[in-house]
Design a protein around this ligand. Structure first.
Ligand code: MN
Length: 323
């Protein structure tokens, strides 16, 4: 292990090619979600579309929601992805077109597999806790799995393991010798790291995976890089371990996986492979086909935005279009 601290490169609209791709700090940006919530979007970004099969990372809160609606996301469709909902504070009620009605609280996992198509809504229940804080993540489904029917899984508990002062919750995949019960379709990991003290921890990684870390609360030094909240530190691949040091109470999230080989078209809530697939999914939603109906949500389904006037192009994990 080198003790040299490399300065992270920062991707911006005009940044040149990064010489050392192993440590790239990607600032997030704020995006409205529903009528009452703003989230920090950390993926996709212009030049880093994916980390493993993780193709979408929203960090929301901590938000004070006492006496407010909180999260209110009306019924909307998905294709070709799995959604992972993870809470640190608060409560979210999920409804979907399979008839699922499931509340999650911190420490539990809601995993929705869209496959060919599903619709769902997410809301803070009327009588919700005063603070909302969590992650909404998407996992792109590989071609061999994405044409299946939809499913929904609630996991009331996922494995927890301690390494040095870090309490590690293995939300998805395998990490630190523990395996999440969540069903996924490519080798990947999503794990929360909560620091109980400031002792440095050395975590074992898969050299063939790429990884990224974000700070949900507090601060951290990861692989010798100071990581500010609101940013994603992309760590590349080829690492067999990772040094993490964080003040007590800091909460991080580690994402990783085998680099995803298939170029994707991502538009609105759809993950596909071509402009035509996306246009068909949009038309199916607007005309009431394929996605079924979400019952019980107090409000109208979300209409899809208009298709762009230019053709949607498939992009690979580094943001490059082919052809
Ligand atoms: Mn959704």
């Amino acid at each position: 292990m080198s003790e040299v601290r490399s300065a992270p490169a920062v991707y911006g609209g005009t940044a040149a090619t990064v010489a050392d791709p192993d440590s790239v700090l990607l600032p997030g940006h704020d995006v409205p979600l529903g009528r009452y919530t703003t989230v920090r979007r950390l993926l996709p970004q212009r030049r880093r579309r994916m980390v493993g099969a993780w193709c979408f990372v929203d960090h929301f809160g901590p938000d004070e929601v006492a006496g407010r609606p909180g999260m209110q996301v009306p019924p909307h469709p998905h294709t070709g992805l799995q959604t992972v909902s993870w809470l640190v504070d608060g409560e979210i009620l999920h409804r979907d077109s399979l008839g699922s009605l499931q509340t999650i609280v911190p420490g539990q996992l809601n995993l929705m597999t869209a496959g060919h198509g599903i619709a769902h809504s997410e809301e803070s229940p009327a009588d919700h806790p005063p603070v909302m804080h969590g992650l909404q993540l998407w996992v792109a489904m590989p071609d061999h799995a994405r044409h299946t029917g939809p499913s929904f899984d609630h996991h009331a508990a996922v494995p927890v393991v301690t390494v040095a002062d870090l309490t590690i919750t293995v939300v998805v995949g395998t990490f630190a010798g523990r395996r999440s019960p969540a069903t996924v379709h490519s080798p990947l990991v999503g794990a929360e790291l909560l620091a109980a003290g400031e002792a440095p921890a050395r975590l074992t990684l898969h050299p063939e995976f790429e990884y990224a870390v974000l700070v949900m609360a507090g601060s951290a030094e990861v692989a010798g890089v100071a990581l500010p909240p609101g940013s994603l530190l992309y760590l590349g691949r080829g690492r067999s371990d990772l040094d993490v040091r964080a003040p007590a109470g800091s909460r991080l999230f580690l994402l990783g996986g085998e680099p995803f080989a298939e170029p994707l078209v991502m538009w609105w809530n759809f993950v596909g492979r071509s402009h035509e697939e996306i246009a068909t999914a949009r038309a199916d939603w607007m005309e009431g086909r394929r996605f079924g109906t979400v019952s019980g949500y107090a409000g109208e389904p979300l209409p899809a935005p208009a298709m762009p006037t230019t053709r949607l192009k498939a992009r690979d994990r580094d943001g490059r279009t082919s052809g």
